[in-house]
Design a protein around this ligand. Structure first.
Ligand SMILES: [Cu+2]
Length: 419
């Protein structure tokens, strides 16, 4: 359905109008009539059976391009400059928190490229802590994977690192700092990374869409982040006062993170009196991380952005689990199609109205504009729909039909009913 077939659309619209009229005459006016009219329009939702492949090729998980290739002379390279700083972020009015930021924003800027593109990211660290960037879901060469003390030296304050990789595979991915991820990712260092296919993908072919939305889901314990950031800034200031070189700071940081060449060396060090961070920690189990804010793209309800749709329209929504808790995203009044997982199309789309999103995963869903109105879209794990323990808030937004009024939905009446 949709853009390809205007004639079908017209037929649908006509059918809907007639049904609404009938609903109005037979059942009175306003909401009740509309509701009956909509539920009776089963035929309008019918579309041709999809050619979505049910079979799959076991080699689909192979990288489309050799991951260890380097750009050839003359090949275009997309260059992004990303700077890490500490800044103030407002979650909801009256709640500001210091966070790490990619290019002074939380989440970081979206990186959107085409499959096969070369991408160079110049990471500049002007914060007092160490960072890297991990390209989550991308088949990078190992040296570009962004794992501190695993594949690269963490990038020290006032140092830079150049990442270079080829965008593959297509799909919804994200990027985040991989240093002390409990803090650094929670405290802001995450952003979406969309690799568009070179040709329209099976999602576009099956559910033609023009508009799409990206929702990064995350949560934050403001007390934990405040305490950790304060300690860290203080430590950085002290080190600067002591005039440590970047190299020395790097080595010290390695020690603080319990970095040793082998398990044996680590065990020996502990026997000889080295106190690992998990024993020296000031937090530990006495202060578990307890998130009090739950966000979509860095904002909690009511400051979240709504998703806009029109009758007959398909929208693609890219859900990215950018935090450390699972979330269960529920849409009122509709079923939707779960079409992609971790970037790739499912062998068969799954019909749902509540989708679990586990940490580190991405899920693409398609919502079809079949039920005009204003609908809640939220985490069904109730704690996550609060702001500092108060409901409503948190990971919640609205699916809003731009043409709801034309469809006869009376917004004021909805308010009256719900209040
Ligand atoms: Cu970091």
């Amino acid at each position: 359905m949709g853009k390809d077939k205007p004639s079908d659309n017209n037929k649908e619209a006509l059918g809907r109008r007639e049904l609404l009229k009938l609903g109005g005459i037979g059942l009175g006016t306003g909401l009740i009539g509309n509701a009956f009219g909509q539920s009776g329009q089963k035929a309008a939702a019918h579309q041709q059976v999809s050619q979505w492949p049910g079979a799959f090729d076991p080699q689909e998980t192979h990288p489309p391009y050799p991951p260890r290739d380097r750009p050839k002379p003359g090949e275009k390279i997309h260059v992004h400059d990303i700077e890490v700083t500490i800044g103030l972020h407002e979650i909801v009015p009256g709640v500001q928190t210091h966070m790490f930021m990619f290019n002074k924003s939380y989440p970081g800027p979206e990186i959107r490229v085409k499959e096969g593109d070369w991408v160079q990211v110049n990471l500049k660290n002007t914060s007092p802590e160490f960072h890297t960037i991990h390209w989550h879901g991308i088949m990078v060469p190992m040296e570009m994977d962004g794992v501190p003390l695993g594949t690269q030296w963490p990038v020290a304050p006032n140092q830079e690192f150049r990442y270079l990789w080829r965008a593959q595979p297509a799909g919804t991915h994200f990027y985040h700092c991989h240093v002390m991820t409990t803090l650094h990712q929670q405290a802001g260092l995450v952003g979406s990374l969309i690799v568009e296919p070179k040709e329209p993908d099976i999602v576009q072919k099956t559910f033609p869409y023009k508009r799409e939305y990206t929702m990064i889901l995350s949560e934050l314990d403001t007390n934990f982040v405040r305490n950790m950031m304060s300690e860290m800034v203080e430590m950085g200031v002290q080190m600067e006062r002591m005039n440590h070189s970047a190299k020395m700071m790097r080595e010290m940081n390695g020690k603080m993170m319990g970095w040793f060449k082998s398990k044996e060396e680590f065990v020996k060090a502990v026997k000889n009196g080295y106190i690992p961070p998990y024993l020296a920690a000031r937090t530990g189990t006495a202060m578990p991380i307890t998130p009090n804010y739950f966000m979509i793209n860095g904002k909690s309800y009511p400051m979240t952005d709504p998703l806009m749709i029109r009758r007959g329209e398909n929208i693609r929504v890219r859900l990215i689990a950018g935090g450390f808790m699972p979330h269960f995203i529920h849409l009122h009044g509709h079923d939707f199609w779960h079409v992609c997982q971790d970037g790739s199309p499912l062998a068969t789309p799954v019909r749902m109205n509540t989708i679990p999103i586990y940490p580190g995963t991405t899920s693409d869903i398609v919502i079809q504009g079949t039920n005009p109105g204003f609908w809640h879209l939220h985490d069904h794990s109730d704690l996550a729909t609060t702001n500092n323990g108060q409901h409503p808030g948190g990971m919640m937004t609205m699916l809003m039909y731009e043409d709801a009024r034309e469809a006869g939905v009376k917004w004021e009446e909805v308010i009256a009913i719900s209040s």
